[in-house]
Design a binder for this molecule. Structure first.
Ligand code: NAI
Length: 415
């Protein structure tokens, strides 16, 4: 467990602050704390191990679950929070910030040693291990939730190959998740990470955003708001048209990098910046990745082309190229908002984790009913979370009248 690292008192304060700003999760928690739908059920989690996740962990425990949790990224664990979970709440929390690959997988194994029946994953590493190295443990698992786009891409590939043996709920695809978490959450927190790592100004600079999906849209929107000149790099022609209509320049990477003061990747695909792009890249360009794995701007690719690698700031490495130009990589290309910043804003994770919470309870309640495969979050869950959020905001909305309901259901009535 995460004993010995971090400061439990500081971690407890962080958890308390997050909990106080997560009204949607709190409302569900109050309900499930009474009904205990997960009484005695083992829940194994691999999520970014920080304060908002701790609130979900404790909410699941209040619903009766026995929870073990590990980080889903070696650089995103908050040691204070992990220690507070262990010492103050008696939760099995595994891993520490900066762990190496062996330690990372040992932490995931420790979670699976707890014999979970429900899995909550972010990036699909736990699910992948259950299907490869720990198949004996798979039969016990009734299902899993997956939090992020990259995990879903992996799971869809498994499903297509006939290899996915459990039902997985695609939490990422809930509207109350990706429309807010990926867009507004990543949009804000990527800059939180870049500011903390570099202390540099964005206004008047050229910011290149690779990938104009949910995350990329949010990053571009916030860069624009900070006064940057925004260029988008895309491979999907529809998204590229959208970026043009939203007012951004769209260019191929080889041209975009020539002017780039910042390059931020958010594609979920490897080798987005390649050796050939370094030939034209602007001297001093700051490279940051928001995608799930550190493959979009691979540090090995930069190392292979650099004559020197040196520390520029605590979380920034300088790669000096043969002709003397340098590029700067934040947090080894790991997701910048978590590795260099504080992750998504609390209110954003409140909504994402409320969806996680509802889906974990559903997996257990409906165990055996869902076949293996990737399943959507039901609309009712999205609506429940949205209504709770509106309630917390004090915002009222209209409802269709019965006559309007009839009108949209009928095909005869046109006028
Ligand atoms: P998305 O599927 O909505 O968007 C990805 C976009 O990248 C697509 O428009 C695609 O056409 C484009 N793309 C793919 N390859 C490209 C290439 N070589 N060059 C340029 N564009 C390319 O995915 P979403 O939800 O935006 O997620 C992106 C990544 O961010 C995933 O790895 C996801 O897991 C991760 N993520 C990270 C978060 C964070 O906190 N940092 C939060 C949510 C998601």
């Amino acid at each position: 467990m995460a004993k010995g690292r971090g400061d439990a008192a500081a971690g407890a304060l962080k958890i308390e602050w997050a909990r106080a700003h997560m009204p949607v999760t709190a409302a569900l928690r109050a309900r499930f704390a009474r009904s205990k739908p997960l009484k005695g059920v083992g829940v194994g989690m691999a999520l970014h191990l920080e304060a908002k996740t701790a609130v979900l962990v404790l909410a699941l425990r209040d619903a009766g679950a026995r929870v073990r949790v590990a980080g889903c990224n070696p650089l995103s664990t908050d040691d204070d929070v992990a220690r507070a979970l262990v010492e103050r709440h008696g939760v099995g929390a595994y891993g520490h910030r900066g762990e190496d690959t062996r330690e990372y997988y040992a932490a995931l194994d420790a979670v699976l040693d707890g014999k979970p029946k429900v899995v909550v994953d972010d990036g699909a590493d736990l699910i992948s291990i259950l299907h490869t190295k720990r198949t004996d443990d798979l039969g016990r698992v009734v299902g899993a939730n997956e939090e992020t786009t990259t995990g879903i891409v992996r799971l869809r590939a498994m499903e297509k190959a006939g290899a996915l043996k459990i039902p997985v709920i695609d939490v990422n695809n809930a509207r109350m998740k990706h429309m807010f978490d990926n867009r507004y959450g990543t949009g804000q927190s990527v800059f939180d990470g870049i500011f903390a790592a570099t202390n540099l100004l964005i206004a008047g600079k050229s910011v290149v955003v690779a990938g104009y999906g949910w995350c990329g849209r949010g990053i571009a929107m916030r860069a624009d708001g900070l006064g940057a000149r925004v260029t988008v790099v895309e491979v999907d022609p529809v998204k590229a048209v959208e970026a043009v209509m939203d007012g951004y320049e769209v260019k191929p990477m080889k041209d975009a990098v020539k002017e780039a003061d910042f390059l931020i990747t958010a594609t979920g695909v490897k080798d987005v910046l390649r050796g050939e792009h370094l030939r034209g890249i602007k001297d001093g360009c700051v490279l940051a990745n928001a995608g799930h794995f550190n493959v979009e701007v691979a540090p090995e690719m930069l190392r292979a082309r650099a004559v020197r690698v040196s520390k520029a700031r605590a979380a920034v490495d300088r790669y000096t190229l043969r002709d003397g130009r340098a590029v700067y990589l934040i947090s080894d290309g790991r997701l910048v908002n978590l590795a260099a910043g504080q992750g998504h804003p609390v209110e954003i994770m409140d909504m994402s984790f409320a969806v996680q919470y509802l889906c974990a309870v559903r997996l257990w309640r409906e165990r055996g009913a869902l076949p293996p495969g990737v399943h959507p979050v039901p609309d009712a869950a999205d609506e429940e979370v949205a209504r709770a959020k509106l309630g917390a905001l004090g915002v009222e909305v209209d409802r269709l009248t019965p006559d309007q309901e009839r009108y949209i259901r009928s095909w005869q009535e046109g006028t």
